[in-house]
Design a protein around this ligand. Structure first.
Ligand code: SF4
Length: 309
């Protein structure tokens, strides 16, 4: 009999649950709320919210402060919702200037990272963010690291590798800053951020700069990653449920694979392949922070069907 086990910590995190609840309480089908991008990286949740009146405004423009390009779609008086990933200061100011009612569902952990970015810049630091430059949360944090003249004082760095950081420092436009404030995208892996910081410290021996590190990682994410790793070590295959665009779901799959266990990222039951479950005795399931319980239930039900086919 094949066993199916779920990770002890998985699925909707505090920030996403909170954002979804606020949106549901605010929007109605006949009184829509316009969200700046998708509320979460999960198509099932987005669809359900749309039915309740939450209408996502598409495109990167709105996240970079060009709400004007989308403003015509926002009927006068309808609220605009900031998602859990947050937005930059310019976007917030643009919304305020337009007099649009704002529903801010930015996760408090993301807000904390934004405030640190702002504080670093005010204290004369250049901000190094270990993260994905295209990620919505990271773009929002970058949007808070601006000086009084509105000039960005942040650099997003994707790789923690020593040689990449050495090149970054050597080729930094205008010379590497003397004071550097370091933080990470909240959903990044702890081991990777630790390596990023350790390598920067090694490079301090080659070039003198002040380093101030703040740990902006989210405990919800690291807890889920640890639970996923524990489970992966006990099973023959891991199924990781979550939206394809979800960074933390992708990281969960990586964490599982690092334990030497095959791991597959699925968005829903239709993505499951029968061949993954041949000759296995134990199957593990985990889910990203933007994955609702219904998606996990549907995936588990489909695995059971495939096992009995
Ligand atoms: S993963 Fe963490 S930081 Fe991101 S929304 Fe959830 S609780 Fe907030």
């Amino acid at each position: 009999m094949v066993q199916i086990l779920r990770a002890t910590d998985m699925g909707f995190c505090m920030g996403v649950r909170r954002a979804v609840e606020i949106m549901q309480q605010t929007a109605r089908p006949d009184a829509p709320v316009y969200s700046l991008g998708e509320v979460v990286h999960n198509p099932h949740v987005v669809r359900r919210l749309e039915e309740g009146g939450v209408r996502p405004l598409p495109g990167p423009d709105v996240l970079d402060g060009n709400v004007g390009s989308e403003a015509s779609r926002i009927a006068a008086g309808h609220p605009v919702a900031i998602t859990a990933h947050g937005v930059g200061l310019r976007v917030l100011e643009d919304l305020r200037a337009r007099g649009l009612p704002i529903v801010d569902t930015t996760c408090p952990i993301v807000t904390r990272a934004q405030r640190y970015a702002q504080k670093f810049v005010r204290e004369g630091y250049h901000v190094l963010i270990f993260g994905d430059p295209g990620h919505k949360e990271v773009r929002g944090i970058v949007g808070w690291a601006v000086d009084a003249a509105g000039v960005s004082r942040a650099t997003v760095v994707e790789s923690p590798a020593l040689d990449r950081l050495r090149t970054l420092i050597a080729e930094f436009p205008g010379g590497f800053p003397s004071k550097v404030g370091v933080m990470a995208q909240t959903t990044h892996k702890m081991e990777d951020f630790a390596r990023f910081v350790a390598n920067l410290m090694l490079l301090q021996r080659e070039r003198n700069f002040e380093l101030h590190v703040v740990n902006t990682l989210c405990h919800a994410t690291t807890g889920q990653q640890e639970a996923a790793a524990r489970l992966a070590r006990q099973v023959d295959v891991m199924i990781v449920v979550g939206g394809r665009k979800s960074a933390n779901t992708r990281h969960l799959r990586e964490v599982c694979e690092e334990q030497g266990t095959p791991a597959y990222h699925v968005e829903g039951p239709d993505d499951l392949q029968p061949s993954w479950f041949e000759h296995v005795e134990r199957i593990g399931i985990t889910a990203g922070a933007s994955t609702p319980d219904e998606s996990v239930d549907a995936v588990e039900a489909r695995i059971r069907e495939l096992l009995h086919a």
